[in-house]
Ligand binder design. Structure first.
Ligand code: AHR
Length: 326
């Protein structure tokens, strides 16, 4: 009885013709019916770097391989647009939504709107504020990297390479995003345990190559004593390399650069000796994301988190890994 009344209410408020076929509506999390093919939405956060392009390519290629219809949106770096994109997917009657939330808090309304519409939502790549929305209750699961571990691993590599000595500039990712929050915490916590190391400046470069270059330029001028730069992604690290070279310094010699992602340009910088390490953050979510949806439809138990295993790329393996990069 509860099931029927909820379906009726949902149907009348949102007028979604596909609600009845989207899956059985039970208390709590929306379900997904087992079907031969699905119409799914992928809400991308922005498309201004190789990581994002590789993620989108993977989501599109896997949908095509499975014969699924994909409704793709690009929020162009705007959390407000991404919320509107998810609402548009709901209005189009998608069966499931895959969301890479730009920021942790502003995307909560999108998660809750999908739940209210009876559409299961999967968070891929980035997370939302865990105090405001919960896996298994408000959305199905989170599939992605352990950003805290990425920051920690980068710092541990650095401590080993420097003997625990150095003056650090940090370029943070997009403010309010889960990778920026967690990578900072993972990295800063390790550095705080090493009295010979100090973070003298930490500022956002918005995960963007040119912003990373500009912020690095200003911070290098303000802190000429810095001999280490940690960037939360390769794009900002590459921007920082340009800034360091423009300042007449030698990246990899005067300033040791460490980063995260493992994109092609990042691996090339490691091979060229300009960067010490890049800790992997794998963007190829297509197969895992859709497999999780199919497993969920079948009624398999889905863990609250499905965490990628990330590799560490330094001079010992960067050349062997570059062909598979993006
Ligand atoms: O959320 C993952 C991060 O977002 C990647 O490190 C970065 O390159 C991207 O924009």
């Amino acid at each position: 009885m509860i099931m029927i009344s909820r379906r009726t209410a949902l149907f009348s408020t949102l007028a979604l013709a596909s609600v009845a076929t989207t899956g059985a509506w039970a208390d709590g999390l929306p379900k997904l019916a087992v079907k031969k093919t699905y119409k799914v939405g992928f809400a991308q956060t922005e498309s201004n770097n190789p990581w994002r392009l590789a993620q989108t390519a993977s989501m599109k290629a896997e949908a095509e391989k499975l014969g699924w219809q994909l409704v793709y949106t690009d929020a162009a770096g705007s959390a407000a647009k991404q919320v509107a994109d998810v609402n548009s997917m709901i209005a189009q009657g998608v069966d499931a939504i895959f969301l890479s939330p730009r920021e942790e808090k502003p995307l909560i309304p999108a998660v809750m709107a999908a739940k209210k519409a009876g559409i299961p939502l999967f968070l891929i790549d980035r997370g939302v504020d865990a105090t405001l929305a919960k896996a298994g209750v408000d959305y199905v699961t989170f599939i992605g990297s352990d950003f805290l571990l990425e920051g920690k691993t980068t710092a541990e590599w650095l401590v080993k390479a420097t003997g625990g000595k150095g003056t650090i500039i940090e370029l943070e990712g997009s403010t309010g995003s889960s990778p920026a929050n967690d990578r900072k915490k993972g990295f800063d916590d390790v550095i705080a345990q090493n009295p010979g190391m100090k973070i003298v400046a930490s500022q956002t470069g918005d995960f963007n190559r040119d912003k990373g270059r500009q912020v690095a330029e200003a911070l290098l001028q303000a802190h000429p004593e810095a001999n280490i730069l940690f960037a939360h992604n390769d794009e900002m690290a590459i921007g920082a390399i340009s800034a360091i070279e423009a300042a007449g310094k030698v990246p990899g010699k005067d300033i040791l650069i460490v980063s995260i992602d493992g994109e092609k340009d990042g691996l090339q910088a490691v091979i060229d000796g300009k960067m010490g390490v890049t800790v992997e953050c794998n963007p190829k979510f297509g197969p895992a994301a859709y497999a999780a949806a199919m497993a969920y439809a079948k009624g398999d138990a889905i863990p609250a988190k499905m965490v990628n295993t990330d590799r560490v790329f330094d001079i010992t393996n960067a050349a062997a890994s570059i062909a598979d990069s993006y």
